[in-house]
Write a protein that binds this ligand. Structure first.
Ligand code: DHB
Length: 391
């Protein structure tokens, strides 16, 4: 098989890139190791920046997000048992959309199918080679068991944090920047009405909790837990008691409970590979960097990478100049490091560390009080949460 752009990874980043390239008349092939159903049913975050929404709508993927998603104009920051609303539209004139990443994937896969895009699902034995030549290659075995080879001009690694592309870069050609956290998230999906109109990010002496939603009947909630926590050790009653304990306050806030039908422990770390390039291979999305989930930047950052990478590839094929493509890593990293800082900040401001001194605990509450009391502090959070303008 021969194509201009070979893309490893059929998640949102790979599919969105393939979609934008097709619209610009640049052919591409996507290979993905999972099947459609597995990706569709893997629960990820649920918040889209306004820029991510425009990308889906304006590029013609789908406007379903506008019809079925929910526009959120703020969040609650809750600490010391008291909620403080941050009004994004008042602070920065922007909002976000609650629209689960699974649905973004469904829309993108449907758009590729509709437009005749070439996507190989359920492939095995994926390998990349000749990245520093003019003909990088993707080797894989297709779903029918046939060995295949894609020859391309440009190879894109959009294969997620566990993907093969990043690890194919020799160790002396990349820097792995990372931070680990001594906690994880216990995530649940439940059948219940929403407990609040907007998301609640809650700092409590018992640890962090996040109250999110899916729709009128299904809710998504998380609470900080030990990375080695066993979901089966938690009964429904224990989960509700833990969540409620973290939300308790003088306002008497009560979660609306219901049957829990999904329980997962999500581990995370902050990671950035520099540069996001090796020869003619470029990394986009989680393949190149991951953030802790607090603030829901992961998918949004992946789509922002794709926007910048698309400009570089499109400019190469339409003008013959490689300048924008060569600038991809530096350009994408500007937003990535801002988002790394934001995600790290939100995580450290809202989580409880077992080894925190009384000073550290009070300092954290002082930090939160400073943010909500300051229009400037709140506006920084709102600007980062809703998404920085594209450069
Ligand atoms: C969700 C996840 C997040 O990490 C976040 O910051 C907000 C919402 C969610 O799954 O709804």
């Amino acid at each position: 098989l021969t194509t201009r752009v070979g893309i490893v990874g059929g998640g949102p980043a790979g599919l969105m890139l393939s979609h934008l390239l097709a619209k610009a008349g640049v052919d591409s092939i996507v290979v993905e190791k999972r099947d459609h159903e597995t990706i569709r049913t893997t629960h990820r975050a649920g918040i889209l920046e306004h820029g991510s929404v425009s990308m889906l709508v304006d590029s013609g993927v789908s406007d379903r997000v506008l019809r079925e998603g929910h526009r959120h104009e703020g969040i609650d920051l809750r600490f010391g048992g008291v909620s403080h609303r941050l009004d994004f539209t008042d602070l920065v004139g922007e909002a976000v959309w609650l629209y689960p990443q699974n649905e973004v994937f469904v829309d993108l896969a449907a758009a590729r199918e509709r437009d005749g895009g070439q996507v190989f699902w359920s492939v095995t034995d994926t390998a990349v080679l000749d990245q520093t030549t003019d003909t990088p290659k993707i080797l894989f075995t297709d779903a029918q068991g046939q060995a295949r080879e894609i020859h391309c001009d440009i190879l894109v690694g959009a294969d997620g944090s566990q993907g093969v592309c990043k690890w194919s870069i020799p160790q002396d050609q990349r820097v792995d920047n990372f931070v680990e956290y001594p906690f994880a998230w216990f995530g649940i999906l439940c059948e219940a009405p929403p407990s609040a109109d907007e998301l609640i990010y809650c700092n409590s002496e018992h640890g962090f909790a996040l109250i999110s939603q899916r729709d009128a009947n299904i809710q998504r909630m998380y609470f900080q837990c030990d990375p080695n926590e066993d979901v089966n050790a938690w009964s429904e009653e224990a989960i509700w008691a833990e969540l409620q304990k973290r939300l308790d306050g003088p306002d008497g806030f009560q979660l609306k409970q219901g049957r829990i039908f999904d329980k997962t422990v999500l581990r995370f770390r902050s990671y950035v590979c520099e540069p996001l390039r090796y020869g003619n291979m470029f990394l986009a999305g989680d393949a190149g960097h991951t953030v802790p989930p607090t603030g829901a930047k992961g998918l949004n950052l992946a789509l922002a990478d794709v926007r910048v990478l698309f400009e570089g590839i499109d400019s190469y094929y339409s003008t013959g100049s490689r300048d924008l493509l060569d600038a991809y890593s530096d350009r994408a990293l500007q937003r990535i490091w801002k988002a790394q800082n934001f995600s790290y900040w939100m995580t450290s401001m809202l989580h409880h560390r077992a080894d925190a001194t009384p000073f550290e605990r009070q300092r954290q509450l002082g930090e939160l009080a400073g943010v909500v009391a300051s229009r400037h502090g709140s506006a920084y959070l709102a600007e980062a949460y809703t998404g920085w303008p594209t450069a």
